[in-house]
Ligand binder design. Structure first.
Ligand code: OAK
Length: 799
């Protein structure tokens, strides 16, 4: 379609049309228009450009089988650049705009991130949407249009401070409000209107435009005029607010159950609206085949973790209460529709809802869940299970609803997101289910879209690849990257690759100087850890190691050491005290180290403020080292690790999540593996004593003690003491160092030493980068989404 759009670009006189749009929406003369005006008009023009394809796709796929991705989060980021890339007109539009004196970068920077997600799970959903459109798969995304996305992070005195993110306060150029498809969602104590906003999901140069439909909650009746006229102004407004509250804000706690009524209301809200939407469309679009037994012929729903599982009783409710189907038949239909993905083995994320909360949200759904639980219990009893044996399977237990049990019992597929993760689900987390129904478990190792994470964000590397492979096809067939391996010993090519990395490092250094006010040496090793801040991800292991290096350099300034810049970025859940302590610690170590003239030519530490998709696009391309240092067995997959790899950074990581597969594909010898394995940790789980490591190793003692020695100041927040205590002064009955930092510390330091030595050999290093890039094909979300389509969804590619 590149050609079709390109024709339109010319025929439709894109620029004339653009200027018309600009003047129509601003009523200003061209010279007076602002960057915002220019950005808005460009959105309009692009939406006009894709309008026809979008409508065509809707029409063509109207009565085809589709998959539906139900997700409470879609972490999209900006859309302008990405859409232009996927339309194949990025350079052309940039050029056309510059001809009329418009600086594309300025208007691109006007766009706010659509940050409707916390981290990995939400970003994966966005990558999947891109890949499905690119691979011509009928995938519809359903989610929530939060008025406020994930908070904006400010760093004040080294502490994280949260600010609101009202990303649509000035409108949203990428959505179409579809009032005619609005639904009513009924809660026990209120009814609201769910209004869909459709975002186009543009496939890469293939004419496909899929739809991401996000629901916004609005008052059922806009305003109670009766009350207003009686001067009951407050009450009239409060009803409106109560409705709008439901989609007001994204819960910012990544992987921590919220347990709040409003959160379950959000989940029920978007699931109910989406199920109603699907059923209503089914009735309209498939008149010849309208028997609900056939519903599963046309629909499969992928549940993105536990958050949308409430869609299961909701489908049954709609079938039974609104369409006169018998309960048993409705359950039988439902069993063929739902597939469930788990994204973490951390217990604190597996949702269980108190029944009184569920009752408050929607009593009928609770009733249906209880009925399903009764059927489950009867079924197990009939098979001879005792009460005790049934317990782990119960959906309804101790006055709580276990969402994962509901999804696994009613669904037909359960998948993990990396090979190791799926094994842990089978052996441990859901072992009871695995023993019973092994055939429903399957692995779908995560992936990332190469369009956003390479073609768009690293244009230099992208051209290099195209040049070497002699084709652009790798952009949607990432396995073709393998063809780069033949340059592994070509010094000229390796030099070229090195220089591209250098260019991206220079760019990042300029950006960091502008944003963070800190000058870094682009020739130093860029060692980067960017992700949510969490104990299991062990940013504090990284920081303790930096303290260790700092002390070593202080003692011996002439020590052999390749200058290194350590970069951190990430948000902590606002209520997660220890994670916030880790941020403070990173900033405090940065402050001390960066100000110390004895070391600051060799060692720098940066914590970038407000890490988000848009910042990520600048960080991944500039990295030499990708820090993937989670405790083995804890990171389900990771996807940042893949973005680094694709951009030619080497992984310094544990045998965890998808790191394992990265090492397998790119070779351990081309990366830096360290630390205990899951098996090793399982073995010492009950006997591990961190204090032993602390007392026996003076280096470990030194860095741990520095947390409380006064060398680094936490402004009397006791945050550093808290970290110290967790490591070696555990509470009664606890072991201490839950995430095995001290166990892995020495291995980690050793791996760093190797990095530091090997970076000196430019050609060898560049060769490793090249081999990593050449073997990144497997980690394309195109591969992942085709696996979902073939193994779970059974949907074909439209070609
Ligand atoms: C968030 C909330 C609840 C449960 C899981 C998450 C989540 O973000 N999990 C992350 O999902 C990513 C995509 O599958 C994985 O790559 C991460 O390892 C995992 O932590």
């Amino acid at each position: 379609m590149g050609d079709m759009i390109m024709d339109k670009l010319k025929k439709n006189k894109f620029i004339e049309n653009y200027i018309e749009n600009l003047q129509r929406i601003t009523l200003k003369s061209f010279e007076d228009t602002s960057d915002k005006d220019r950005y808005d008009a460009l959105c309009d023009s692009i939406m006009e450009l894709i309008n026809e394809e979008w409508r065509d796709c809707k029409r063509k796929t109207r009565n085809q089988r589709k998959a539906y991705y139900f997700s409470a989060e879609f972490l999209i980021g900006r859309s302008l650049g990405n859409n232009l890339i996927n339309l194949g007109i990025y350079d052309e539009v940039k050029e056309l705009l510059s001809e009329i004196g418009i600086d594309f970068e300025a208007i691109e920077n006007y766009e706010d991130d659509a940050a409707l997600g916390n981290g990995g799970l939400g970003r994966l959903a966005a990558c999947f949407m891109d890949s499905a459109a690119t691979q011509g798969l009928n995938l519809v995304g359903y989610g929530v249009r939060y008025r406020e996305g994930i908070f904006k992070q400010k760093i004040e005195e080294g502490f994280q401070v949260e600010h609101g993110d009202s990303w649509i306060k000035d409108g949203d150029g990428w959505s179409i409000r579809v009032d005619s498809d609005a639904k009513i969602v009924r809660f026990r104590d209120q009814q609201v209107k769910a209004v869909p906003f459709d975002m186009p999901v543009v496939g890469f140069e293939n004419g496909v435009v899929n739809t991401l439909r996000l629901w916004q909650s609005e008052p059922f009746e806009e305003f109670d005029f009766a009350k207003f006229n009686n001067y009951e102004y407050d009450e009239a407004v409060s009803e409106k607010n109560r409705a709008e509250d439901i989609t007001r804000v994204l819960y910012p706690n990544d992987m921590q159950r919220a347990g709040k009524v409003l959160r379950l209301k959000q989940q029920y809200f978007f699931c109910s609206a989406s199920i109603q939407d699907m059923v209503e469309k089914y009735k309209n679009d498939y008149p010849e085949d309208l028997k609900f037994e056939n519903f599963s012929k046309y629909h499969v729903i992928q549940l993105n973790d536990t958050h949308p599982i409430i869609a299961i009783p909701e489908l049954i409710r709609v079938l039974v209460d609104e369409n006169g189907i018998f309960f048993e038949d409705a359950l039988a239909i439902t069993r063929k529709v739902f597939a469930f993905t788990n994204h973490t083995v951390l217990q604190e994320a597996l949702e269980r809802w108190d029944k009184d909360i569920m009752l408050e949200v929607n009593p009928r759904c609770l009733e249906i869940i209880e009925k399903i639980n009764d059927i489950l219990v009867d079924e197990f009893k009939a098979k001879g299970y005792s009460d005790d044996q049934i317990d782990p399977y119960r959906i309804d237990r101790f006055e709580q609803i276990h969402m994962a049990n509901l999804a696994i019992y009613v669904g037909f597929s359960v998948n993990g997101v990396a090979a190791l993760h799926t094994e842990i689900l089978k052996d441990d987390t859901f072992n009871h289910w695995y023993k019973l129904r092994p055939e429903m478990f399957n692995n779908k190792t995560n992936g990332i879209t190469p369009r956003r994470w390479l073609v768009y964000s690293n244009r230099e590397l992208s051209s290099f690849i195209t040049g070497k492979l002699g084709t652009e096809d790798w952009k949607y067939q990432l396995d073709l990257l393998k063809g780069l391996e033949k340059y592994a010993d070509d010094e000229k090519v390796l030099e070229e690759l090195w220089n591209i990395k250098q260019t991206k490092k220079n760019e990042l250094a300029r950006y960091i100087l502008e944003k963070e006010g800190i000058k870094i040496d682009p020739k130093s090793i860029f060692d980067i850890q960017i992700k949510r801040i969490h104990e299991y991800k062990r940013q504090h292991l990284n920081i303790l190691h930096i303290i260790y290096l700092y002390h070593k350099l202080k003692k011996n300034p002439d020590m052999e050491f390749t200058p290194t810049t350590f970069i951190f970025g990430g948000k902590a859940a606002p209520g997660y005290f220890r994670a916030k302590g880790m941020i403070k610690l990173a900033n405090e170590v940065a402050r001390v180290v960066n100000a110390d003239p004895d070391v600051n030519k060799k060692l720098k530490v940066i914590f970038v403020e407000n890490y988000r998709v848009t910042y990520a696009e600048k960080l991944f391309p500039a990295a030499d080292i990708s820090e993937q240092i989670s405790t083995a067995g804890k990171e389900a997959s990771g996807t940042g690790n893949m973005k680094f790899m694709l951009n030619g950074a080497l992984t310094l990581g544990t045998l965890d999540g998808a790191n394992i597969e990265i090492f397998e594909h790119a070779g351990e010898e081309n990366n830096y593996r360290f630390g205990a394995t899951v098996e090793e940790l399982n073995e010492i789980m009950d006997t591990y004593n961190p204090v032993e490591f602390y007392s026996k190793d003076p280096d470990i003692k030194d860095v741990v003690d520095s947390l409380v020695s006064g060398e680094f100041k936490d402004n009397e927040s006791y945050m550093f003491l808290d970290i110290y205590n967790e490591l070696i002064k555990p509470q009664e009955g606890q072991r201490g160092d839950t995430y095995f930092l001290l166990k892995d510390f020495k291995a980690y330091a050793k791996a760093h030493e190797k990095v530091n030595r090997e970076y000196k050999n430019k050609m060898e290093w560049s060769r490793k980068c090249l081999i990593n890039i050449a073997n990144a094909g497997f980690f394309s979300s195109d591969r992942t989404i085709l696996d979902y389509a073939n193994d779970i969804w059974k949907i074909d590619q439209n070609r």
